[in-house]
Design a protein. Structure first.
Length: 252
């Protein structure tokens, strides 16, 4: 049985006095894809950003409870946020490559972390692009501006840029929202490949996507975690009426 890499215990998050996340408790297994689903504004992305403290950038945010990453409470004060975000990285809704070459996008993170050896940097470029299926396509175009790539290639490049700093968890916030159906399926295939080496947590409005790619699924509603279970169970025999209504399209 897979070990829990993230354990969320009675976690609350407030924007000022507004409770955005309410008493959340569940655990995420290593080397799995976990999907967070639910209607807009229910707290999915806020929860995702809690896993690497991105919400700290928002004024007035405060939290209660614990988020344990491999046993360490990363919600407490004094955590090294740079090191945390290296271990738990994020891919956003729209591809956001730097306006640099393909090579410089990949080597940016390792350079920031202090890596200067050219051979190690070049190895990181090949390995990262290989893992997202871009090496054969771009190996002769590494000096190409990343902004000239297709949307799908840009999103893959952003994932490769993240992999170059050797994360353990890959957070994906609606990673296919800007992509066409064919590109979406390719990114979904990539998610399944990534979980062999990483743990993937994805926020998605696309319930079919959650059903296709995830091992476990959590339904968020009004800041609460309504149900968290094996994905097949969530979509076929959920325990909660709200879950049944949501996955059958009665609301949301």
């Amino acid at each position: 049985m897979a070990e829990f890499i993230l354990e969320i215990k009675h976690f609350n998050l407030f924007y000022g006095d507004f409770p955005a996340l309410k008493d959340l408790s569940f655990s995420i297994k290593e080397h799995t894809v976990t999907a967070l689903i639910g209607p807009s504004g229910c707290g999915k992305s806020t929860l995702l950003r809690s896993f690497n403290r991105m919400n700290d950038l928002i004024q007035g945010v405060r939290t209660e409870g614990e988020i344990l990453f491999k046993g360490e409470n990363i919600a407490q004060n004094g955590i090294n946020l740079v090191a945390l975000r290296q271990k738990i990285g994020m891919v956003f809704q729209r591809p956001n490559p730097f306006p640099l070459t393909v090579r410089d996008n990949i080597t940016f993170g390792p350079r920031v972390m202090g890596e200067k050896k050219a051979d190690i940097l070049e190895a990181a470029v090949e390995k990262s692009l290989t893992r997202v299926g871009l090496w054969k396509v771009l190996k002769d175009s590494l000096e190409k501006n990343a902004l000239s790539l297709s949307d799908e290639q840009q999103q893959r490049l952003c994932i490769a840029r993240l992999l170059a700093v050797k994360p353990e968890i890959v957070l994906m916030d609606e990673p296919c929202s800007a992509l066409d159906p064919i590109a979406t399926l390719r990114i979904e295939e990539l998610m399944l490949e990534l979980k062999k080496r990483y743990t993937v947590v994805v926020v998605t409005h696309n319930m079919q996507q959650a059903a296709r790619v995830s091992d476990e699924t959590g339904l968020m509603y009004l800041g609460e975690l309504i149900e968290f279970d094996n994905t097949k169970k969530i979509f076929t025999t959920p325990s909660q009426k709200i879950t049944e209504d949501y996955v059958t399209g009665k609301f949301g």
